[in-house]
Design a protein around this ligand. Structure first.
Ligand SMILES: *Cc1c(COP(=O)(O)O)cnc(C)c1O
Length: 439
């Protein structure tokens, strides 16, 4: 099992175009040549995102029993059309900042369907969450429980809280990248198991908080169900203890992290995680509680691409012969390859002729890590390429490093553009930076 499931993916060839992208690919060449759009540009399929949510929501619904919650992790992709699409399908939101909380509400998600995670929420952010009466502030430490209680008391309210438990299951053993695992022993996230008992004693003695849930989130891009269910079982033990301590528990939240197929395969669907977790819940005698899950990537990643233009090629003839394909998308647009050694498939969109040969695809940013890896593309290279599976942790991590404009975003429904953003003009960044004047 490779450390990062996308790393050792076979090179994509232009002929194998994932059917998931059928709604996007036909439009790409036209979008790139549209003078109001151009490249680099993220293109998303809102229909496919809605269908993805429906499939998971079907798996979440139980004939009798409390309504579960699919709390979409907004940090994966915070664009209005995407959050609104998911809200309309019935998703809630998992947010990690006051700004994300306001965004979720502005996109039509009911406050009670919002959960708020994060290790260092400011007083200002806690006050906002308390004032809006969200579903749960997920406390990640004993210290935070005390702070929430104090802020709620000042506001004259009772805050709905859950305790995020660190189940101490190390997801890096099971094929996900160390930077995106959060459940292992030394992670900064969550209340470690040993501190759970004191946290329960504490929270049940506080007068302005109500412990309505327990939560965990062990990491991202999980391609097997077992470690997820293993941590869920640990969480269910905590839920039973919380109930015994008299907490008015309503839900267990087993987190997100459902993996997708970046090219190396992912045998499980989000619904499989939910099915296995529900089964374990029943076994633990917790069938009467609501199940919350917090998927980000799994709802959006496969339904977005990053469209880029080939600027030029460079062939090195001395020493190791290599063909470099320089494109106009860089690590500032899509950080995952540089940050996590993630591999995204790249396909030709227009132009390109001849046999497929290995091209090392790199961006313009002045960092060696601005590198999308080696890909099989035609020997006479295409004018346009699409970097696949870029719908999650793409634009949300984009920056203006090297004075580059943020990429444009285009949203498709029924194969038509229903929303798009504007690219900042080339001199906007220079003017803005230069306008910081010393007194
Ligand atoms: C990032 C995050 C998620 C979503 O993770 P995905 O891998 O995108 O599903 C869920 N819950 C919390 C607390 C997170 O920080």
């Amino acid at each position: 099992m490779p450390k990062w499931p996308g790393n050792e993916a076979p090179n994509a060839v232009t002929s194998e175009t994932p059917s998931k992208l059928s709604g996007i690919l036909p439009s790409l060449a036209a979008l790139a040549t549209d003078s109001s759009i151009g490249t680099p540009t993220y293109v998303y399929d809102l229909d496919a995102i809605a269908a993805e949510a429906r499939e998971l929501l079907r798996a979440m619904s139980v004939p009798a029993g409390p309504r579960g919650l699919v709390a979409y992790a907004v940090k994966a992709n915070a664009a209005g059309p995407i959050v609104r699409t998911l809200a309309r399908e019935g998703c809630g939101a998992d947010v990690v900042s006051g700004a994300e909380l306001l965004l979720a509400l502005a996109c039509g998600i009911s406050p009670l369907h919002v959960v708020y995670s994060g290790v260092a929420k400011t007083d200002d952010e806690l006050d906002l969450a308390i004032a809006r009466g969200i579903g749960a502030i997920q406390a990640e430490s004993l210290e935070e429980l005390d702070r929430v209680d104090a802020r709620a008391r000042v506001a004259g309210k009772t805050a709905r809280v859950s305790i995020r438990v660190n189940p101490q299951v190390d997801a890096s053993d099971i094929g996900t990248h160390a930077h995106i695992t959060t459940g292992h022993d030394e992670a900064k996230f969550g209340v470690p198991l040993g501190d759970v008992e004191p946290a329960l004693t504490r929270v049940t003695s506080l007068s302005s908080t109500s412990l309505v849930g327990v939560a965990c989130h062990v990491g991202s891009q999980l391609t097997r169900v077992e470690p997820y269910v293993q941590s869920a079982r640990v969480l269910f033990g905590v839920a039973a203890r919380a109930r015994a301590a008299g907490a008015p528990l309503e839900f267990v939240d087993t987190g997100g992290g459902f993996g997708i197929d970046y090219g190396a395969g992912c045998p499980v669907r989000p619904a499989d995680f939910v099915g296995a977790t529900r089964e374990a819940m029943r076994e633990a005698g917790l069938g009467g509680l609501a199940l919350h899950v917090e998927p980000g990537r799994a709802l959006v990643a496969a339904h977005g691409v990053l469209l880029a233009r080939v600027i030029q090629v460079k062939e090195t003839r001395v020493g190791a012969e290599r063909r470099w394909l320089m494109i106009d998308a860089g690590m500032n647009d899509l950080l995952r390859p540089a940050l996590y050694q993630a591999r995204h498939r790249i396909v030709a969109i227009s132009g390109g002729e001849g046999e497929a040969v290995p091209w090392r695809v790199v961006g313009p940013v002045c960092e060696s890590s601005c590198d999308f890896g080696e890909h099989a593309l035609p020997v006479r290279p295409p004018a346009l390429v699409a970097i696949l599976d870029s719908g999650a942790y793409g634009f949300t991590m984009a920056s203006q490093y090297n004075g580059r404009a943020l990429p444009v975003e285009v949203f498709l429904r029924g194969g038509r553009v229903v929303a798009k953003t504007q690219r900042a003009p080339r001199d906007a960044w220079a003017e803005e930076r230069a306008s910081i004047r010393e007194a």
